[in-house]
Write a protein that binds this ligand. Sequence first.
Ligand SMILES: NC(=O)c1ccc[n+]([C@@H]2O[C@H](COP(=O)([O-])OP(=O)(O)OC[C@H]3O[C@@H](n4cnc5c(N)ncnc54)[C@H](OP(=O)(O)O)[C@@H]3O)[C@@H](O)[C@H]2O)c1
Length: 265
Amino acid sequence: MASIGFIGAGRMAEAMIRGLIARGVYPKEDIAACAPSEETRKRVSGLGVAMYESADEVARLAKVLVLAVKPKHVKGLFEDEGLRLGKDHLLISIAAGITIETLSSYVPDSRIVRVMPNHCCAVLEGAAGFARGNATDDDVRLVERIFSATGLAEEVREEDIDAVTGVSGSSPAFVYMFLKGVVRAGTDAGLTKEAATKLAAQSLIGAGKMALEAGMTPEALVDNVCSPGGTTIEGVKILDSGGFEELVRKAVAASIERSKEMSGK
Ligand SMILES: NC(=O)c1ccc[n+]([C@@H]2O[C@H](COP(=O)([O-])OP(=O)(O)OC[C@H]3O[C@@H](n4cnc5c(N)ncnc54)[C@H](OP(=O)(O)O)[C@@H]3O)[C@@H](O)[C@H]2O)c1
């Protein structure tokens, strides 16, 4: 038997498995996963977890299952391969855009949690929003433990999963664009690209931690860094004059709209 099984063993599943082992949530011996290709099975078995070819084998071994195949493969898994789950299974789906209603049409007897993680889970600093469906409080605590292994987990209503997609699923890309601009200014001013990237990226980590831990609003944090007549206020004036905050708001809103379209809303 395994304590947790992964259906699909791609980038997200691998990142999650690494986190679960690194943070001691499950020992590697208690983790099973599957992937159709031998190449993937070989790669992921290097983590010390048991690898199988089909989802059915994993579902027979583990009662807690993470559905980590591409959204386009979900239907085939249940309709063509005939994967069946029972009332003892907890299905934790990370497949973008697949609703709890659709999932429960495939596995009517199982408990379901729908999660939207982000790619920062690869470095154990992910942000995942999840909706509990018909899952119990114990299931929710387990989901929090599983996703806390690779970062932060926040429960939301299912109708808010599209908002999570914009706010934490897509937003790392916007942050990387911001980072590019900061690094360019740093290299223009004489820093090496490596030094500028390290300094700017660590500043993003630090700013994120301040936002999470300092107990201050974003407005207060900005004010805190800007002393009158100082250096930072000059940059803030430029961002304000270019409508920076509004542009970022529109970018996140566009991602949220696309997420709604993709899940058929
Ligand atoms: N990547 C992100 O940043 C991100 C963020 C949020 C949510 N997600 C969601 O996470 C899920 C996984 O994404 P990913 O980026 O990890 O994709 P991925 O790297 O393409 O991994 C998908 C995995 O599913 C396996 N697979 C395909 N068909 C299968 C089947 N019938 N039975 C069992 N396994 C099967 C693939 O096997 P092979 O390796 O053998 O082809 C592969 O290992 C997606 O639903 C995506 O929407 C991803």
